[in-house]
Ligand binder design. Structure first.
Ligand SMILES: Nc1ncnc2c1ncn2[C@@H]1O[C@H](COP(=O)(O)OP(=O)(O)OP(=O)(O)O)[C@@H](O)[C@H]1O
Length: 788
């Protein structure tokens, strides 16, 4: 039904009419539910559930359910859902993306479909942009659901497994995408079913969905284990890089965030390490290590890409300005940065499980989302995820004034203008939010504001613990807040009444972001709920954004520009130029997302197979586990027989077969002379006879205490170890696939083919290892465990 509905959604305007009518129907029910007592409202849950059990479908009860939630909200939070919020709620309920302007109250809109969907009892997940919002929304919106008799859970990082399980059992669970994704990955590594924390993937509402499916699309979640590589080399190469000079020893391509050694640089390394050719295969490890050291030295910036807290590196998400919980740089880069910063070097990691956020959300029966900035990516949402975007009108007309950008030739002109603008608006008493793209930049502007004695608060990843307090003050008279993108998506700055009369919050953007959507989010902190406000970007052509743009085109433009005496670019059409740069960069990003998405698909399917295989082992009872084990061994034996007695040859390979079989059945005394004369069926029969003996031994083994679980661990251990190896191999394979094709062939098809063949090989290796090690394991007193 959902697919049909989504097709229907494509015809957006027709849809809007239909949704209007539904909202109207809810309005007509208002009087009826107003007359209900609190208890009666609460009991509606049971009534709806009965109706669903009796065969009604959700669309038959949706208007009543929405009316009930609205009534509860009026009583509990004193907030009455606007009609546009009801409309957003219907879109979400049907698995679409509701484009609702910033500040329209998406959080409250989500309470409607989450109640309705939770009635089925399979759990609803609400994904917020960060943990601060998850907690805020759970505590606030949760009151409505609890009032209506539902349970509400909060899932945040650092919780014990038992607490997480409790959060997931709730009817509605709030949390961030990464936390849900990591829980899923951890669930794929448990050795007992009861250790899992999630209970399935039913219905999810993703707030700020463009942030998750677009901005974060290129960052996978990775659970890494230690592989225990040495650290000394990192220290040596980091030290060595300090003497390297840009454009002499290495070159930087900002566009692709990469740095390369020049010939001179490579020779320097070769001399220092006493080798002939750095690029020889035998120096692969050194080359890899020193390339990462170069990246750490030349590309990765402290207080931009990462911060150091308690002598440890934490990654900063440039789209949200927040620390990326639980993530570290992969492939030795983390260690290279630690060495550069003279920190203790952590053990190098090997991928144990990985998933991209998009693929995680594709696990759900139904996904829906909301955001104030979906429209620019409407086509991508449809093409990649088959998610329709429906634009919901605002409740009140938007009166915010978005002033044209001021574009300066250089940074000095820009900062002067920012300071002038802040002083002028500050004198009027209006609160100001200055949005920056990094901690480094915030600190720079802070110095200038201090010089002119403008008091200000600073919000960024290092001051995160004070976030709620800083935000609470930010809408008051005379307040100036300097913030990274942390004050972006979801941040709700409440204005004092006096401030509304002065003209509301003024926002200054100090850099255009790589994506216009992020600019929209920053502007969206002002003019919420029809309130007054204004915004303006004050930028310079020296901003980082322009580093990503084609160098020659940039130079050509710079030659043509005319500026006034303050350095403000007046022609030719600076705003048009900036828009073009931003669009070009967005297109590049989209191409690379599509590339990654295609590569991920093969691996995603394989993960599904492996995880299903694990789940089967987790769920089997001891006796069935034996059968499963014998099946593995039987398959392996049959494959061996076919291998050495291929169908159409007369020349069997008995001695090699016996050798391989003797790994599985070491006590068997088979002579080559017995085999040479036998035909293939007899060989197979004999091997199966040995298997039957093994079955008997298993039965004895079965009597031993807890043997079922030990056996489970044994099998899972072999599955997991091979899967980890495979993931590692696939990472290498992915790197080798360029955006362009090889000759006439489609690179993705080649990749898929290779990925499939390696996967099948891995499945065979799992059977082989289990077959070969099983007897050994039984004889060693079955003590082998899953950690290794
Ligand atoms: N029906 C309503 N009546 C009155 N106030 C409301 C209503 N709905 C939401 N609000 C208020 O509007 C403000 C904005 O709400 P919220 O932060 O949920 O917006 P949002 O759409 O999520 O914004 P963003 O896109 O920035 O995340 C909040 O202060 C909220 O309390």
């Amino acid at each position: 039904m959902l697919t049909g509905m989504k097709k229907f959604f494509k015809e957006s305007s027709k849809d809007l009419k239909r949704i209007y009518k539904l909202a109207d129907a809810v309005n007509r029910l208002e009087g009826e539910y107003e007359r209900c007592s609190d208890q009666e409202l609460k009991r509606m849950k049971d009534k709806f559930k009965c109706e669903l059990d009796a065969g009604k479908n959700m669309s038959e009860i949706q208007t009543d359910a929405f009316a009930v939630v609205r009534e509860a909200s009026k009583r509990v939070l004193k907030l009455r859902h606007h009609d546009v919020q009801l409309m957003g709620g219907f879109i979400l309920n049907e698995g679409g993306i509701a484009q609702m302007n910033t500040g329209e109250g998406k959080t409250l809109a989500a309470t409607l479909p989450s109640y309705l969907q939770a009635l089925e009892g399979n759990g609803v997940h609400i994904i917020t942009a960060n943990q601060y919002l998850a907690r805020r929304d759970k505590e606030l919106m949760g009151q409505i659901h609890e009032f209506l008799g539902l349970t509400v859970g909060l899932n945040i990082s650092g919780m014990e497994a038992a607490e997480k399980r409790e959060a997931y059992v709730a009817d509605i669970t709030y949390g961030t995408a990464t936390e849900f994704g990591f829980d899923y990955l951890r669930d794929q590594m448990v050795l007992r079913r009861a250790e899992k924390v999630q209970r399935g993937h039913n219905f999810v509402i993703v707030d700020e969905i463009d942030s998750i499916l677009i901005d974060e699309a290129r960052t996978p979640l990775i659970i890494a284990g230690h592989s225990g590589e040495g650290t000394a080399l990192h220290e040596i190469t980091a030290q060595f890089m300090k003497s390297f000079i840009k454009d002499e020893d290495y070159e930087v391509s900002v566009e692709s965030s990469a740095a390369y050694f020049t010939n001179q640089g490579a020779s320097k390394i070769e001399r220092a390490f006493g080798i002939d050719n750095l690029y020889d295969l035998e120096h692969r490890e050194l080359l890899h290590n020193i390339s990462q050291a170069l990246k750490a030295h030349a590309i990765m910036k402290r207080d931009v890409d990462y911060i150091i807290i308690d002598r440890r590196i934490s990654l900063i998400d440039k789209f949200t300005g927040r620390v990326m919980e639980g993530r570290s740089f992969s492939d030795g880069l983390q260690q290279a940065i630690e060495a550069k910063e003279n920190l203790e070097i952590s053990a190098e990691n090997e991928t144990q499980a990985a998933i991209t956020l998009q693929n995680y959300f594709r696990l759900y029966q139904s996904m829906s989302g909301m955001t104030g900035s979906a429209m620019p990516s409407k086509a991508e949402f449809w093409e990649t995820y088959q998610l329709p975007v429906i634009e919901i009108p605002t409740n009140k007309p938007m009166i915010r004034s978005d002033e044209p950008d001021l574009i300066y030739k250089d940074e000095i002109g820009k900062i002067n203008q920012i300071v002038t603008a802040v002083k002028r608006i500050h004198e009027e008493g209006r609160p100001i939010l200055i949005g920056t793209t990094s901690i480094e930049q915030s600190e720079k502007i802070s110095v200038h504001l201090k010089r002119v004695e403008v008091k200000h608060q600073i919000l960024h990843a290092k001051t995160e613990k004070d976030e709620a307090e800083i935000i609470a003050k930010a809408g008051r008279k005379n307040e100036v807040m300097l913030a990274t993108n942390m004050a972006g998506r979801g941040t709700d700055i409440l204005l004092d009444e006096a401030v509304k009369n002065l003209g509301g919050l003024h926002i200054i953007g100090t850099e255009r972001h790589e994506s216009n959507r992020i600019d929209m989010q920053l502007r969206g902190r002002a003019g919420r709920q029809g309130e007054p406000g204004s915004t303006q970007f004050i930028i310079s052509l020296e901003d980082e954004l322009f580093d990503y743009y084609d160098e020659e085109e940039m130079e050509r433009y710079l030659k043509k520009i005319k500026t006034d005496e303050t350095g403000l670019v007046v022609s030719p059409a600076p705003d048009k130029f900036v828009r073009k740069v931003q669009e070009t960069i967005e297109q590049q990003h989209q191409a690379s997302r599509t590339h990654l998405f295609k590569l991920e698909q093969a691996l995603n399917e394989q993960s599904t197979i492996i995880y299903a295989m694990r789940d089967r082992i987790l769920d089997l009872e001891t006796e069935r586990l034996h059968t499963a084990l014998l099946e593995y061994i039987e398959k392996y034996i049959r494959r061996l027989v076919v291998k050495y007695y291929p169908e159409h040859t007369d020349e069997p390979g008995p001695s090699a077969l016996i050798e391989e079989l003797s790994f599985v059945f070491p006590s068997l005394d088979w002579q080559v002379s017995d085999f040479g004369k036998l035909d293939v069926h007899l060989v197979e029969a004999k091997a199966m006879g040995a298997l039957a003996e093994m079955k008997q031994r298993l039965e004895i083994f079965q009597d031993a205490k807890d043997c079922g679980n030990q056996l489970r661990t044994f099998i899972l251990h072999h599955i997991d170890a091979n899967w980890r190896n495979h993931l590692d191999e696939m990472n290498g394979l992915k790197e080798g696939v360029g955006l362009s094709g090889y000759g006439q062939q489609d690179p993705y098809m080649l990749f898929e083919k290779e990925a499939l063949s390696r996967f099948n090989m891995m499945l065979r290796t799992i059977e082989e290892e289990i077959s070969i090690h099983f007897l050994e394991y039984m004889e060693s007193g079955h003590e082998e465990s899953g950690d290794g």
